[in-house]
Design a protein around this ligand. Structure first.
Ligand SMILES: NC(=O)c1ccc[n+]([C@@H]2O[C@H](COP(=O)([O-])OP(=O)(O)OC[C@H]3O[C@@H](n4cnc5c(N)ncnc54)[C@H](O)[C@@H]3O)[C@@H](O)[C@H]2O)c1
Ligand SMILES: [Fe+2]
Length: 394
């Protein structure tokens, strides 16, 4: 008998998990040693106003100063970065005579740092490197080292190979994807996520959960991604409600940092319609990326149900369901379990409650269709399908 997750015709696949991770309360103190190991003497610290306001950027700069490292700063990253962040960050990098980057923040700051890193040695425009147009073939390895210090537990960009930005030439949220964009080190200190407000804890955590779920049910063969993706679902289900309710719980915060990394490691395999829709909702409707996923994921799970029954049953079990319910009932109940998790962490359940205009739904569906994420959906989706998922989420 063939084990259930192995295809009948066995493919040749390439699997790699190379990021060095320093994880645990107080891990920030290792930053100077990690920079020394990489030979970085003059880093550019890339961050945003919220991270500065939370006092985290000062903490990082303090650790650098205490070690005698003088850093240049770029503190203006926008939520949902654009090409402007990359060009302004590049100017700061050049001004400071920098030889490496330290990204401090959520996905926006880490992604912006990746794009600055790319432009230090690669010709603009950034749209040249658009993953949807096969742009990864233009990305070479001659990039200065990047150390990522996440302050949210969500995107997993600290171990991921993509940088996401809204670009004028593509007019959409564009994924730039290359193994060369993977940070050389991720310093994951759960203490840095303690001040994250409940709503952002919830939204970013659901992003990590969605990465695990979508990667696990995605089409394709990547058994390592499947294993860690399902583990991200399990950890986020048990620890996200705790992190939201008890912000200072370092065990829950650590578990969520692990889930975030696992989610991003898993989505090397691919994502699905939830991310295609979320990438449209970010720039067009101004909805936070994690919240956007939370709003559409139940409808996406219901949509893929006919094509992903056994996998959705495993998702339900990872979320705490009793395996004795049987595969059909477990798979049927998966969408409802996701909805319950979103509600348990205090997020709205409908697009209408997140300020999205009903008249914009067709435009959002058209944008989502352009996004490469849905290409690995276990059930292929048309523009009409995407619109139906948006309507079901409205
Ligand atoms: N690269 C990837 O693989 C990947 C994956 C998913 C999403 N993304 C992208 O990441 C971005 C979203 O990232 P995000 O969800 O981490 O949010 P974010 O980086 O946009 O941060 C959200 C807000 O939280 C604030 N903040 C961050 N950490 C804080 C802390 N510890 N305390 C207080 N405030 C804090 C920030 O200042 C900001 O105002 C989107 O652009 C999305 O498209 C990238
Ligand atoms: Fe995401």
């Amino acid at each position: 008998m063939i084990p259930f997750d192995l295809p009948e015709t066995l493919p040749i696949v390439e699997l790699s998990w190379p990021t060095r991770v320093v994880l645990g309360p107080g891990a920030l103190s290792r930053l100077p040693a990690e920079l020394a190991r990489l030979g970085v003497r003059r880093p550019l610290v890339v961050t945003d106003a919220g991270v500065v306001k939370a006092g985290i950027a000062a903490g990082v700069l303090g650790v650098l100063e205490a070690a005698g490292i003088r850093a240049e700063r770029f503190v203006d990253v926008q939520a949902n970065p654009t090409d402007r962040d990359a060009t302004d960050g590049l100017a700061a990098y050049r001004r400071g005579g920098c030889d490496g980057l330290v990204a401090v923040g959520g996905g926006s700051s880490i992604d912006a740092a990746k794009l600055v890193q790319l432009l230090t040695t690669h010709e603009p425009p950034l749209s040249r490197y658009d993953d949807a147009a096969g742009g990864d073939r233009h990305v070479r390895g001659d990039l200065p080292p990047l150390v990522a210090i996440p302050t949210t537990a969500g995107t997993g960009s600290e171990v991921g190979r993509s940088g996401v930005a809204t670009l004028p030439d593509t007019g959409r949220k564009t994924v730039i994807f290359s193994p060369h964009l993977m940070p050389r080190v991720a310093i994951c200190d759960p203490r840095l996520t303690v001040a994250l407000p409940a709503r952002l804890t919830a939204a970013t955590g659901i992003d990590a959960f969605t990465h695990g779920l979508e990667a696990y049910v995605a089409a394709g063969f990547h058994p390592l991604a499947d294993a860690v993706g399902l583990d991200a679902v399990r950890r986020a289900t048990r620890s996200l409600p705790v992190a939201v309710g008890s912000p200072g719980d370092l065990h829950a915060r650590t578990d969520m940092m692990i889930a975030a990394m696992e989610g991003a490691m898993a989505f090397q395999k691919g994502l699905g319609a939830s991310h295609a829709l979320a990438h449209a909702l970010g720039p067009l409707a101004g909805v936070h990326h994690g919240l956007a996923n939370a709003l559409v994921l139940p409808a996406v799970v219901a949509f893929v149900r006919p094509a992903a029954g056994p996998r959705l049953a495993q998702v339900a079990i990872a979320m705490g369901a009793d395996p004795r319910e049987g595969e059909v009932a477990l798979a049927d109940g998966a969408a409802e379990r996701v909805r319950a998790l979103v509600a348990a962490v205090g997020l709205p359940g409908k697009l209408r409650d997140a300020g999205v205009n009903e008249a914009d739904l067709p435009r959002l569906a058209a944008k989502a269709l352009e996004d490469a994420s849905h290409r690995t959906s276990p059930r292929p989706c048309t523009e009409q399908d995407l619109l139906a998922m948006l309507r079901a989420s409205y």
